[in-house]
Design a protein around this ligand. Structure first.
Ligand SMILES: NC(=O)C1=CN([C@@H]2O[C@H](COP(=O)(O)OP(=O)(O)OC[C@H]3O[C@@H](n4cnc5c(N)ncnc54)[C@H](O)[C@@H]3O)[C@@H](O)[C@H]2O)C=CC1
Ligand SMILES: O=C(O)C(=O)[C@H](O)COP(=O)(O)O
Length: 369
């Protein structure tokens, strides 16, 4: 018998692990985690469980692997796991499409959907990995000119050409897609700080952080908003999350509780990627068949794309709820609503005004008469 101890908001595990030789236990807080850990062969976590020498000074002898059902892994001290002989897995690319849809939806909410406006915009995408690349594809299909800034990728991949830092100083909008890391030579802590704003000569029209709090220096961004160097700030991730700064919450035009990467499909991808990796490592069966997702009926889009996005993307309903109750417990609870959303590529739009078709197609919607 293989025993997996899993955070209780990792979905699709019953579907992925139906076999009797795999036992799935759930934990919901630190106490239930540590009580059950000695029985576990592997621990499955999300970004809310931190693993380091303070939170886990030692590991039970039976534990062989830790897997996070997320693309980011700054919450895990991988060296500490390796020192303890524990393998680590994560879920690269699981939610790249969802993040792209979040950024695309925010861009349409802010600038509108008219190609005449979108084609005049220049975006800098900072970090051109999985989420940055999907965001670039969506924005470029909308007509936005995108410049990718990713010096580490340029060093890794001779065919990839990064934009210069100067491009960041000229862009109309910037979207952040880097991991949070202190590691030289390309640390990302406070990547956009006071020095960045000092170098900007013209106002940045829109800045979106759907990467990690800490990549953006929020104090410097708030000062830029005050001085007019930044016009609009959209935050999905926060310094010291889930303890939000009231000033940052107040100044953000759209504020969401770390849900940019959420959708049924992204959550399934994440669970599947780590279950598959663990099944190979620990030699147990898993079910590779995709599940049936809950897809909404085709939507009457005659009122226009912004209306559609407001009703379909939970970012817009979560924003007022987060402002009404930004306490850490509410932040955690609100996130669950967004996990139920369906990626746009499964959703039909009917009667959408013709001029909005290219933008809706870029977001992935199926256009119907
Ligand atoms: N808000 C949310 O729900 C989500 C947030 N994320 C965050 O976004 C991050 C990126 O995710 P992915 O694109 O899947 O990761 P990825 O590893 O595919 O791409 C990250 C890219 O950032 C680049 N990079 C690293 N340091 C850089 C620097 N100093 N300057 C410019 N580029 C740099 C890397 O070379 C890489 O190409 C994750 O680490 C995670 O923290 C990811 C998914 C969902
Ligand atoms: O994948 C990541 O990295 C993220 O930030 C996730 O979207 C956050 O996922 P949860 O930790 O909330 O499951």
């Amino acid at each position: 018998m293989i025993t997996l101890l899993c955070e209780n908001h990792i979905p699709w595990l019953k579907h992925l692990l139906p076999h009797p030789e795999v036992q799935v236990l759930s934990f919901w807080d630190d106490v239930s985690l540590h009580e059950q850990l000695p029985q576990a062969d592997a621990l499955l976590i999300r970004t809310v469980t931190r693993i380091n020498p303070v939170t886990f000074p030692q590991f039970p002898a039976r534990l062989k692997a830790v897997a996070t059902a997320t693309a980011g892994f700054d919450h895990v001290d991988q060296n500490w796991l390796a020192l303890n002989g524990i393998r680590f897995f994560y879920a690269p690319g699981c939610n790249a499409r969802s993040v792209g849809e979040y950024v695309g939806s925010c861009v349409v909410a802010h600038f509108g959907s008219e190609p005449q406006i979108l084609t005049k915009l220049t975006a800098s995408i900072i970090g051109c990995g999985q989420t940055g690349s999907h965001t670039t594809v969506i924005l470029e299909q909308m007509g936005v000119r995108c410049m990718g800034y990713d010096p580490p990728k340029a060093a890794r991949e001779p065919d990839f050409k990064t934009a210069d830092f100067e491009a960041l100083l000229e862009a109309d909008l910037i979207s952040l897609h880097v991991p949070l890391t202190p590691v030289l030579p390309h640390p990302t802590q406070n990547l956009l700080g006071a020095d960045f704003w000092e170098r900007r000569k013209k106002p940045l029209r829109l800045l979106i952080n759907a990467a990690r709090g800490g990549v953006l220096d929020e104090t410097a961004a708030r000062n830029a908003l005050k001085s007019g160097l930044l016009q609009t700030l959209i935050l999905d991730v926060w310094e010291n999350e889930p303890q939000l700064s009231p000033e940052s919450l107040h100044t953000a035009t759209i504020a969401t509780p770390h849900i940019a990467g959420y959708s049924q499909q992204a959550k399934y991808n994440a669970s599947r990627i780590i279950c598959e990796a663990l099944s190979h490592y620990l030699d147990f069966p898993f079910n590779p068949q995709p599940p049936a997702f809950a897809v909404p009926e085709p939507v009457d889009a005659s009122a226009g794309l912004q209306d559609v996005l407001h009703s379909l993307h939970p970012a817009f309903s979560l924003d007022p709820k987060l402002r009404a109750n930004p306490a850490p417990a509410s932040f955690a609870t609100l996130r669950n609503e967004a996990a139920q959303r369906c990626e746009f590529r499964f959703i039909g739009l009917q009667k959408l005004p013709e001029p909005e078709h290219p933008t809706a197609k870029a977001l992935g919607f199926i256009l119907q008469p």
